[in-house]
Design a protein around this ligand. Structure first.
Ligand code: X8Z
Ligand code: ZN
Length: 603
């Protein structure tokens, strides 16, 4: 194993032209980075092509090819991470130093140096994603199997407690087979992270935020404390309303909400229970899902609307290849990973989305989310390869969501979807719809990696995976499963895409905070607050070149600067700050607190 590492080390030193003798110079570092960017470019391209095929045609072979290409790219990345340490004491240009740091901290999966273990880790990763992608609930004859889209639809539309519980439990039959793989994956990825000098994989994940890892964790706690009162108010109100619908035997007055009653497989987005909690007299009076369906909008048109928003801000349309190569509709006769994603296959302009679009408001919003990734990717494609990324991963997730905050009644009127906009008396209804999506998400966005970080550190052992998962679900979300979810039988974390796919999740929590900061600044650029009483939730930046320019200036920076600087560029502040989301929802919180008077808040 040592010999293998050493051989790679020498090969790389030779390629980078820094020889084997003497101490490395700044020039050596520059040459090292140039070589690394050039070679990474090809390896990343091959990996993305292989992964695209594996996600669009799930077979044993596509999985194997994807695992092999991923392995080549990661092993090279691990070599580079180790090599970077050679330049620790060398004085180098700022951009070279930043790239060296990125090489050390940038991997999501570090494979161990042992070739057999490296192979095993990448094969497990590909297999788990395949299992998830193929996942279905098969209740047994004569009932047909249900795929994730069908289960999603039932979870959103049904109000039948037994049916909801059945499909909720049904989806969780896909994950127990992953449990052993996941356990081994944690071991292997930790081993790789330790070989790079990290305590474990979680520590590696926390190291890439332009601040010490411990400070980053403290930042998360701070942000969560800022938004927790808002979440508690929403939780208490929704609990009351669900109790009115399902009865006191099903929904307690002062305990956690049953996890299957919130309109979503994972209870991460509660938009679908809006009809059950709509404020009497303040309903905005339109339903975007119904509008899209009644207009016979198809998947392609949904994406066109999304693109149209970005072009209205001054961005160039997506390239022809985007329309040719993307997947918008779930295909017949083959298995695909339906979880929505955006791709930058060649790191220049081979941009694509992959999504099994359903015609509804949720997917309308998700399309904007995905396109946000693609427009970001194209905006930074003039940067050197290692800077073709977002300021931090939360920024990447926040861009499309920021745009989706501009899907306001005023915007829908401009599209011709509605004739008149609801008056100010309907504001609580509008805010409620948004809160069910954004505020409900906050604890979920946080807890996935609270679980994973403890799993990687060993604080949660494999025998406690499920118990610890539900402990965190209770602690942060105030939800609980109906029926026992013992570790002997279940592996519920595996039923959430990002766990088997090994995608870090804290980024979505950050994005949920950041998007309100971005929206507030862009709204100002677009002139909303200046035009009088337009509250932020009524402000759409549609068609504003000023907002577009401001956004683009940040997007083009890519990862070339610490995220604090990118944030300052757009908001004038260097701090992530939950006052933007708190202020946005302040009228709703006041209203919720009136409704909750005399009731238990919390669980
Ligand atoms: O995974 C996603 C996107 C792709 S980056 C569809 N999201 C998270 C999720 O679905 O769990 C967006 C919101 C949170
Ligand atoms: Zn995303």
């Amino acid at each position: 194993m040592r010999i293998y590492q050493h051989a790679l080390f020498l090969a790389l030193a030779f390629l980078a032209g820094c020889g084997g003798t003497g101490s490395p110079t700044a020039q050596d570092a520059t040459a090292f980075i140039a070589e690394a960017e050039s070679k990474s470019n090809d390896l990343w391209h091959e990996m993305a092509q292989a992964q695209w095929i594996a996600s669009n045609f799930i077979t044993e072979d596509s999985e194997a090819v994807s695992a092999a290409a991923t392995r080549r790219a990661i092993e090279y990345g691990v070599t580079l991470a180790k090599e970077s340490a050679r330049y620790d004491g060398v004085e180098v240009a700022d951009d070279v130093r930043r790239k060296l740091n990125m090489l050390k901290t940038g991997l999501t999966l570090a494979t161990p140096a042992d070739p057999a273990e490296s192979k095993e880790a990448t094969e497990i990763a590909a297999r788990m994603e395949g299992i998830y992608g193929r996942g279905a609930y098969c209740p047994g004859d004569p009932k047909p199997c249900l795929d994730i889209n069908e289960i999603t639809r039932i979870m959103g539309e049904s109000r039948d407690n037994a049916e909801l519980l059945d499909v909720w439990q049904g989806w969780r039959t896909v994950s127990p087979p992953m449990r052993e793989d996941y356990t081994r994956f944690v071991e292997l990825s930790n081993k790789g992270a330790r070989e790079l000098g990290f305590a474990d994989t979680g520590a590696m994940w926390r190291s890439k935020y332009d601040m010490p890892a411990d400070e980053f964790s403290a930042e998360l706690d701070r942000l969560w404390e800022q938004v927790r009162p808002l979440y508690l108010s929403l939780h208490a109100y929704v609990r009351t309303k669900l109790q009115q619908r399902y009865g006191v035997d099903v929904v307690p007055s002062d305990g956690p909400i049953p996890a299957h009653l919130l309109g979503n497989i994972w209870a991460q987005d509660w938009s679908n229970v809006y009809p059950l909690v709509a404020p009497a007299g303040a309903d905005p009076g339109y339903d975007l899902t119904r509008i899209l369906k009644s207009r016979n909008t198809d998947a392609l048109q949904m994406v066109r609307y999304g693109e149209g928003f970005f072009t209205s801000l001054g961005f160039e349309p997506m390239p022809a290849t985007f329309w040719k190569r993307s997947l918008f509709v779930k295909p017949q006769g083959r298995e695909v990973v339906c979880h929505a994603s955006a791709w930058d296959v060649d790191n220049v302009d081979d941009l694509r989305i992959k999504m099994c679009i359903e015609i509804n408001a949720e997917d309308f919003s998700t399309i904007h989310h995905e396109l946000g990734h693609n427009f970001y990717q194209r905006a930074y494609n003039q940067q050197p390869l290692f800077f073709r990324d977002s300021a931090n991963d939360g920024f990447h997730e926040a861009i499309g969501d920021t745009i989706a905050l501009s899907i306001t009644p005023e915007y829908l009127k401009q599209l011709g979807f509605i004739n008149t906009t609801p008056d100010a008396s309907k504001d609580i209804g509008l805010l409620m719809q948004r809160a069910l999506e954004k505020v409900a998400f906050l604890p979920f966005g946080l807890l996935i990696d609270q679980w994973r970080w403890k799993v990687f550190s060993g604080e949660i052992t494999p025998e406690q995976y499920n118990q610890a998962w539900w402990d965190l679900r209770l602690k942060y979300q105030g939800i609980a499963p109906t029926g026992a979810r013992s570790d002997a039988e279940f592996f519920d974390p595996g039923a959430k895409y990002h766990v088997p796919a090994n995608v870090p999740y804290t980024r979505y929590f950050l994005a949920a905070i950041l998007q309100f900061q971005f929206h507030r600044s862009l709204a100002e650029a677009a002139g909303c607050p200046a035009t009088g009483d337009t509250p932020l939730h009524r402000c759409s930046i549609y068609d504003s070149k000023q907002a577009g320019d401001k956004l683009n200036a940040m997007l083009q920076m890519g990862a070339s600067r610490p995220w604090q600087q990118a944030l300052e560029q757009i908001t004038g502040s260097r701090e992530m700050d939950a006052t933007a989301i708190r202020d946005y929802f302040a009228p709703l919180q006041a209203w919720l607190d009136e409704q909750n008077a005399g009731k238990t808040v919390g669980w």
